[in-house]
Design a protein around this ligand. Structure first.
Ligand SMILES: O=C(O)[C@H](O)[C@@H](O)[C@H](O)[C@H](O)COP(=O)(O)O
Length: 261
């Protein structure tokens, strides 16, 4: 069983696992991690490309909109994207844009033109194609880096949650989209987690990232965490186990999520 505060580092695979006593401590550390990377990329590249998921992650970002970070971060350098989005209007309670806007984006001075939401007037397929076109434009203009290894867009930081079934983004266990290796953004119309229509980044894009923070809390996720990180007899491969970025992967776990390690 992992005790809290423990950090495990796997140098070869650039993987770090940190376990926090409480979600509150996790949120404090996640804010510092994000603020440090914001500083680094703003200085190195003049922009900071940040990708968020939906779900409980947004609540875990709450410390970023408090002192000292709310005033110390250069928000003008931020460009915000969604690793997945539900295909609903932006003011719908299911919208990941609305979740992030209400909990985070409305509280910080990111230029509105740097917040890259999907076009909610389109079908799932149309919205995915349109979002991919938007990414291509931003790679072309140098806002998003391009991976020299994969040729896919290379985001500076992805902040993502994981479902209790081991899904990340809208990439669900056993779904053919797990194998998508051409498209940057694709769509799903049969998502097992409602609502059914979504767009999602594909694994080649996720795995070209410079940094990925995988934020996982709660006992309901402990078995998948055990399969992904600990000793488990489970031979299933969960989507979260396919997360393997070019850069660094850091797991932020609370004690409950880490309880089976
Ligand atoms: O749109 C979505 O549903 C999300 O982006 C999804 O991938 C989410 O991040 C996980 O399901 C974890 O959600 P929770 O942290 O709320 O369990």
């Amino acid at each position: 069983m992992a005790s809290s505060g423990i950090t495990t580092v796997d140098q070869k695979n650039k993987k770090v696992v940190e376990v926090f006593d409480t979600e509150e401590e996790l949120a404090v550390s996640l804010a510092k991690y994000t603020a440090d990377l914001s500083d680094k990329f703003a200085k190195e590249r003049g922009s900071f490309t940040v990708v968020v998921s939906g779900g409980s992650l947004i609540k875990s970002l709450r410390k970023l909109v408090e002192a000292p970070y709310v005033d110390s971060i250069d928000w003008s350098k931020w460009h915000v994207f969604w690793v997945d989005e539900r295909v609903v209007p932006k003011d719908h309670p299911d919208s990941n844009y609305k979740l992030a806007f209400d909990g985070f984006l409305s509280k910080v001075p990111i230029p509105p033109g740097n917040v890259h939401a999907i076009n909610d007037a389109l079908s799932a397929e149309g919205a995915a194609d349109d979002y991919e076109t938007c990414l291509k434009h931003l790679v072309h203009t140098g806002v998003i880096e391009k991976s020299s290894v994969s040729g896919f867009p290379k985001f500076d930081l992805m902040l993502v949650g994981m479902g209790p079934d081991g899904h990340v983004a809208s990439l669900f266990p056993g779904h053919p989209l797990l194998e998508e290796n051409q498209k940057w953004v694709t769509h799903i119309t049969d998502s097992p987690k409602p609502p059914p229509g979504r767009i999602t980044f594909t694994f080649p894009v996720i795995n070209s990232s410079s940094y990925i923070a995988l934020v996982v809390c709660g006992a309901g996720k402990a078995s998948v965490v055990q399969t992904a990180l600990g000793k488990s007899q489970n031979s299933d491969v969960f989507p979260v186990q396919m997360v393997s970025p070019e850069g660094e992967l850091k797991w932020f776990l609370d004690r409950d999520a880490a309880s089976k390690l």
